[in-house]
Each structure stands twice: as C-alpha cells, then as structure tokens.
Write a protein that binds this ligand. Structure first.
Ligand SMILES: Cc1cc2nc3c(=O)[nH]c(=O)nc-3n(C[C@H](O)[C@H](O)[C@H](O)COP(=O)(O)O)c2cc1C
Length: 195
C-alpha cells in the first residue's frame, strides 16, 4: 500500500474550493456539520468554513449550543460540502478541537458589530420566548460595549482534524467518481470507492 505525503488530500481541496468560490452563487464555504449526542443520536446543521489548512477545517460557534455541547462530550464529527453547480461533494470525518484563544480573538475581531453583539445576546439553541426578548438582550449588550465588543467566553472555533476525506464527482449515468484518503500515521492512504 502506498503512503502518500501529508499534503496529498489538501491539494485537491484547494483546487475544488477555489472552483467553488468562483462558481457557487452563495456561501461556497457552507458545510453541513454532523454531531452525535451521548446516546449516539445524530444531529446536523450548516456552518461556515472560516479557515483551513493541513491541520484541519475551522468553523465558529456558540460553545453552549447543541452542537457545542455535543462536540465537547464527543469530538467525533463529520463535515459535508455540496457544491451543486459543480456536482461535487466532499465528506470529511474527523475529530474537533478548540482553536487557541488568540485565533478565536483574531477572527471575532473581523466580524461586523451586529454579529459580535449577536454572539453575546444569543443563547444559541435555547428556547426563546419571543423576538422582543432577543432584541432587548441585543440592546443591553450594545450599551454594555459602546466601543470594541470583546469575544464572549462561550464563543469560539472548532478545528476538525480529518481522519478521512472523500472527493465525489458526479458522472453521467450515476457512474460517479469517488476517491477517499485515509489518514495513516503522518501520511495518507488513498483509493477509489464504488459509486
Ligand atoms: C448558510 C448557513 C451558515 C451558517 N453558519 C453558521 C456558523 O458558522 N456558525 C453557527 O454557529 N451557526 C451557523 N449557522 C446556523 C446553524 O445552521 C444552526 O442553526 C445554529 O448554529 C444552531 O445549531 P445547533 O442548535 O445545532 O447548535 C448557519 C446557517 C446557515 C444556513
């Protein structure tokens, strides 16, 4: 079995992501994120990819949200990009780890003020009695932070460190091409998969 170098699956991601950024009309960085609760029940939602390199794929969220609590208890997650106009899918299975504080601070500082206030005001995934309650909380934080809005301690990034990456390209007759990379020590093994 051939062990490929550490960057092998990422050069393909760079190419496909660049093509998606050029061709997808909306949110080419949107990816479905699957988590599982303590009983193994899955849940799935879309998040935005905000950084990626050979270490992994980063998104930001509220750490007390459903996904945040599930990942803290079980860091095994799955990501899925579906670039419809390119008829491509990328599946990434791996383990999530929090980014370092400085990385989260730096990203949070780039967000629009409204989004920063939302990160404070939203008790993400908790029941909301009515919209006015959320708006009152937004106004409270707007007063509390008249200048710079600091990153809330409950808001940060997760980096999904991949163990398996699969590239899927649609072909006529559903004779699709699937190519999977599996982590093997410092490198990767690689092979085709029936469609
Ligand atoms: C295109 C799109 C991008 C989104 N990006 C994020 C994101 O990066 N982070 C986030 O916390 N929620 C994002 N959301 C909202 C999530 O899908 C979800 O509603 C929210 O995070 C609560 O999920 P949870 O209750 O499973 O934790 C996005 C939704 C859409 C449709």
């Amino acid at each position: 079995m051939t062990i490929l170098p550490h960057n092998a699956p990422f050069t393909r991601f760079a190419d496909w992501f660049a093509e998606a950024q050029a061709s997808e009309p909306n949110d080419p960085n949107a990816m479905a994120l699957a988590t599982a609760d303590a009983d193994g029940a899955p849940s799935l939602r879309v998040v935005l990819l905000k950084a990626w390199d050979e270490r992994g794929f980063v998104f930001y969220t509220n750490l007390t949200s459903q996904k945040g609590r599930e990942i803290a208890a079980n860091p095994r997650v799955h990501l899925n990009f579906h670039w419809k106009s390119l008829q491509r899918q990328v599946r990434i299975g791996g383990t999530a780890a929090l980014v370092i504080e400085a990385e989260a601070d730096a990203y949070f500082a780039t967000r629009p003020r409204e989004s920063q206030l939302g990160a404070w005001a939203s008790l993400q995934s908790a029941p909301l009695p009515d919209r006015a309650t959320f708006e009152a909380r937004l106004a409270d934080y707007d007063r509390q932070f008249p200048d710079v809005v600091p990153r809330p301690p409950h808001w940060s990034g997760w980096r999904v460190m991949p163990a398996r990456i699969e590239y899927w390209q649609a072909r006529d007759g559903r004779w699709h091409e699937r190519e999977a990379y599996l982590r093997a020590g410092d490198g990767w093994t690689h092979g085709l998969v029936y469609p």
